[in-house]
Design a protein around this ligand. Sequence first.
Ligand code: NAP
Length: 487
Amino acid sequence: MTIQIKDSSLLKTQAFIDGQWVDGDNGETFAVTDPATGEHLADIASVGAAETRRAIAAAERAMAEWKTLPAKSRSDVLEKWHQLIIENSEDLAIIMTAEQGKTLSESRGEVAYGASFVKWFAEEGKRVYGDIIPTPSDRRGVVVKQPVGVVAAITPWNFPNAMITRKAGPALAVGCAIVLKPAAETPLSALALVELANRAGLPTGLFSVLPGSDAPAIGGEMTANPTVKKVTFTGSTPVGKLLMKQCADSVKRTSMELGGNAPVIIFDDADLDIAVAGALTAKYRNSGQTCICANRLLVQEGIYDAFVEKFSAAVSEFRIGNGFAAETTHGPVITEKAAKEIHSKVENAVAEGATVVIGGQPGEQGACFYQPTVLTDVTDTMRVFREEIFGPVAPVFKFSTEADAVRMANDTEFGLAAYIYTESMGRSWRVSEAIDYGMVGVNETAISSEVIPFGGVKESGQGREGSKYGLDDYLETKYICFGALQR
Ligand code: NAP
């Protein structure tokens, strides 16, 4: 493998099942490539339904003891895992930039963000409280929270580390076991993470990682297997819906972190500099490939021209390129297919009358690059209004009144994150409450951290990750009734 890191034993190419590094049963592999250079990085073992079944059986065995340990004992192992992630963070960041393309500074940021979930849930797992309920008669109701059971997780390529720890952290902390399928584009980050978890002393079988090129086979087993009690998914809305349907047959619990179509609403009374800075971060972070990326910039007519001028001037300073190069501000998008899909949305907008202020074309740096783009004269009939762009393209829509802004913001089936820029306290409350989103940033787009409940409404999903609420997705509520108290 051409990735140069300090500890090359973190570079794994096999699946990790029941505490063993193994090839797939049929010996098949799939290739991982660097999106910036097209360079072949590794051939990874590709597993299917049979190996997934074995991982689930191992998880059930391992969980039998793990769930009975004092929370403090589980916490100690997670603390150790956290420490190892921090100690190896530069290697993890290099692996991430190589397979995902984001700049090295973004990768470093994600590794720290990912580690923060392990640390947070190591602590929070010790605070799983119940309740005592005074019932209407001579009885007492006691409520206890118990681990939901074996968890199956499926994660995307855009955050190859943090989307894993945000699920594995709480699941393991409360006493569950987990089997995980990482995205086919970014398995190396997942395999390095589970290697560190293993070094931390996680019991055999408790955490298996199942790379594979046949996602429906792995996902099919995860959703059909009766031992799995919970499926947690981060990815696109169509795949999320499919998994929910598959889970219905055995009534599994699900958590879904799905697509977004985030509006950034900038009112005339906003501080222009703060709004431009926030919109730039929200739109172009990870080259536009985050689920909470600004998809639609909605700008009030009085500030519109000034905003477009300042925003576009800042975008013209961006330098796209290899994520390892110091001068690069923005890396490639994940695949050539993704770059083509982004371009087709720009072409659709232009065909319907949009003006390209800057960019608008594939990048010259390679097949996976797309120029940071700003579009004006955009309308709500265009694909850039209706669909998640997932690339560095900013359509700037104009609105007149607060009511228009709210209507436009809500005119989507998605409801993950939204952002508001205004200096009015009243308006920030009014609009925050009127828009149908799981998360709202007021004069702020950097809204995520381990301490907040991350998640969406409508077709952006259900469940919350991070914060004290993030434990609930992995807990069952059990009611125990104590009677005959006078005996
Ligand atoms: P995706 O195509 O849905 O893939 C996500 C994961 O699902 C991958 O591991 C993929 O495996 C797997 N998968 C695909 N088809 C499957 C099937 N039939 N059964 C089981 N698993 C299947 O999404 P993506 O393009 O990787 O990720 C981008 C999407 O994720 C965007 O919509 C983004 O908004 C969303 N996202 C949401 C959040 C959030 O917190 N709400 C966070 C990050 C990303 P393969 O890689 O092997 O195909």
